[in-house]
Design a protein around this ligand. Structure first.
Ligand SMILES: Cc1cc2nc3c(=O)[nH]c(=O)nc-3n(C[C@H](O)[C@H](O)[C@H](O)COP(=O)(O)OP(=O)(O)OC[C@H]3O[C@@H](n4cnc5c(N)ncnc54)[C@H](O)[C@@H]3O)c2cc1C
Length: 524
């Protein structure tokens, strides 16, 4: 007899959401995590100095707060300690010409800022925000449902019924557009366009990549309409709450337990073998929260039995990498463009669409970008509990970087493995912040730098530092994530399922794949 109904490989937030739902349905679940800390890309730790809590990866929990999983289990999660910190001033960009623009959840405030660049754009913004609820219904339905030809047809039908043929085609066109195409035909001010385009760079949607417009669109409209949320005390609030649900319902979570192999018999998954040699059996499901390459390259040494699937998993494309710089600060940066920037959760340093396109192209060619895009997170401006009184943490995401370094676009850093160049490259990023916020370096009390390689060492799903576990370009999204025929989290091995950022509906903290698979397996 098997020990468990379901075994999970890895304790990412998708595994935990899936395990929490199945455990609530009476399944006997066990989650095996290789690290000593659960949560994968969602962790909060004192990386610099005691008392300074840094989000390792995800900081913005809006996707989780708006997720179907959270809607269903808000009471249970709250009972296990989940707490959000709401954000009114969501994101901004500071520009080299000394100007800035930012989106707050107060419509008139944002519109008045846009009007300083273009009165027409301010009117456009008001109009788009007014139309957003009707548009969001369709987009959230699409992104929040299992994907299949049938579900796409349902979305199309619903769109046609509510918006007519022309309106439905407009939504379809938005889904296919590049950020630049949408931004240039919608707004006239370069500062407004660049501020919104920076959201594409959180994924691998540089301004000219088809299919990327929807991310700046959704992020800006959702932030305007609902604000943003961070985790109170750290993003790991969602992890601790979900883990509490799993163990509270009798489930097991084992850390320091790397899964070396998924065991099979007669084409069916039967359990796992840990790196320690210990084996565990599951009668109903083995659910792998891993990167596609690792599933077939490592966990199924004999392959899945379907050569086409194995090839697709091996060829799964990863997006360019990220460096994370965590700073413990004496005080927030003094932004030269305006003191108001201190109140924003994110300040982007991404001067123009052309600069973002160039940075992306440099990274794709293996070059260290001369001017990476920076996402400067200021969580303690919203949640002071993450640092000792009066002090701050800064969360700096350096986008986008090659996994392997062929050269330096600035011609200053000799190509070498990341361990040898990460400190020099972090200085380049800090120079950019310093140029916008003079005196930053004097405020630094402690720092921790994670190169793309370090990110992968911490979590093997972040292949080459790819923070969203797989490119989201059109050819690898929707019905093709992670591969045609397997967008429903199935694999050719009966009872073996793949969840996580590499699967539909992709990266982020929305627990989408975990919760949708859980409902498929255990009922709603
Ligand atoms: C730097 C960074 C910033 C981000 N910022 C945001 C943000 O602000 N907002 C947002 O919504 N999203 C953000 N994301 C993306 C988001 O955090 C991820 O897409 C999401 O957390 C991935 O969740 P997952 O369930 O796929 O699992 P993962 O987080 O990838 O976790 C998988 C777990 O499985 C474990 N594992 C892997 N292989 C094995 C094995 N063989 N045996 C045992 N355990 C194994 C890993 O150690 C890991 O703990 C960010 C990501 C990064 C890296």
């Amino acid at each position: 007899m098997s020990e468990f109904d379901a075994i999970f490989v890895g304790a990412g937030h998708n595994s935990l959401a899936c395990a929490a739902h199945l455990a609530a349905k009476g399944w006997k679940t066990a989650v095996f995590e290789r690290n000593e800390t659960i949560g994968g890309a969602v962790q909060t730790r004192e990386y610099t100095l005691p008392g300074f809590r840094h989000d390792f990866g995800a900081m913005n929990l809006s996707l989780f707060a708006g997720s179907a999983f959270h809607r269903k289990y808000a009471n249970e999660l709250n009972a296990k300690g989940l707490e959000f910190a709401p954000v009114a001033h969501c994101f901004a960009s500071a520009f080299p010409d000394g100007r800035w623009f930012g989106v707050s959840n107060d419509l008139e405030l944002t519109a008045s800022r846009i009007a300083q660049f273009s009165a027409t754009d301010a009117e456009t913004w008001r109009r788009l925000v007014g139309l957003f609820p009707a548009e969001a219904e369709h987009l959230f339905r699409l992104l929040g449902s299992p994907i299949s030809a049938r579900s796409l047809a349902g979305t199309a039908w619903n769109l046609w019924r509510k918006k007519g043929m022309a309106g439905a085609l407009d939504t379809g066109r938005l889904l296919l557009s590049s950020p630049r195409a949408w931004l240039e035909e919608t707004f006239e001010a370069p500062h407004v366009r660049a501020t919104l385009a920076a959201w594409g760079m959180h994924l691998d949607f540089a301004p000219d990549i088809a299919g990327g417009a929807v991310f700046p669109y959704l992020e800006s409209m959702a932030n305007q309409s609902f604000g943003m949320v961070l985790g109170k005390g750290g993003a790991d609030t969602i992890i601790r709450a979900m883990a509490g649900m799993v163990t509270g319902a009798g489930g097991t979570i084992a850390t320091g337990s790397e899964v070396a192999e998924i065991t099979t018999a007669g084409g069916k998954a039967t359990g796992v073998r840990l790196a320690s040699g210990k084996t565990h059996t599951a009668s109903r499901a083995v659910i792998a929260n891993v990167a596609p390459g690792a599933l077939v390259g490592k966990l199924l040494p004999g392959g899945s039995g379907d050569a086409g699937f194995d090839t697709a998993m091996r060829k799964f494309r990863h997006a360019p990498g990220t460096m994370m710089i965590h700073l413990a600060l004496d005080d927030l940066p003094d932004w030269a463009a305006g003191a108001e920037l201190r109140q924003f959760a994110y300040v982007h340093l991404a001067p123009s669409l052309d600069a973002m396109s160039r940075t992306y192209q440099q990274a794709m060619a293996g070059m260290l970008p001369d001017a990476p895009v920076l996402v400067v997170g200021q969580p303690t401006t919203i949640d002071p509990s993450r640092a000792p009184e009066g002090k701050h943490v800064l969360w700096v995401q350096v986008r986008v970087l090659p996994a392997e370094i062929a050269g330096d676009a600035a011609g200053k850093i000799a190509p070498a493995p990341w361990d040898a160049v990460k400190d020099a490259y972090a200085e380049r990023a800090l120079d950019i912040i310093e140029s916008h916020a003079p005196g930053l370096r004097r405020k630094i009390l402690g720092r921790a730098v994670f190169s793309p390689l370090d990110l992968e060492r911490e979590n093997p799903n972040l292949v080459g530092g790819d923070q969203v576990c797989g490119s989201h370009h059109l050819s690898q999204n929707f019905l093709f994530r992670p591969a045609r025929g397997f967008a429903n989290w199935s694999t050719p091995v009966a009872g073996l399922h793949l969840v996580g950022a590499a699967t539909w509906p992709g990266g982020g903290t929305g627990a989408g794949s975990g919760y949708m698979l859980a409902q498929k397996l255990g009922g709603g």
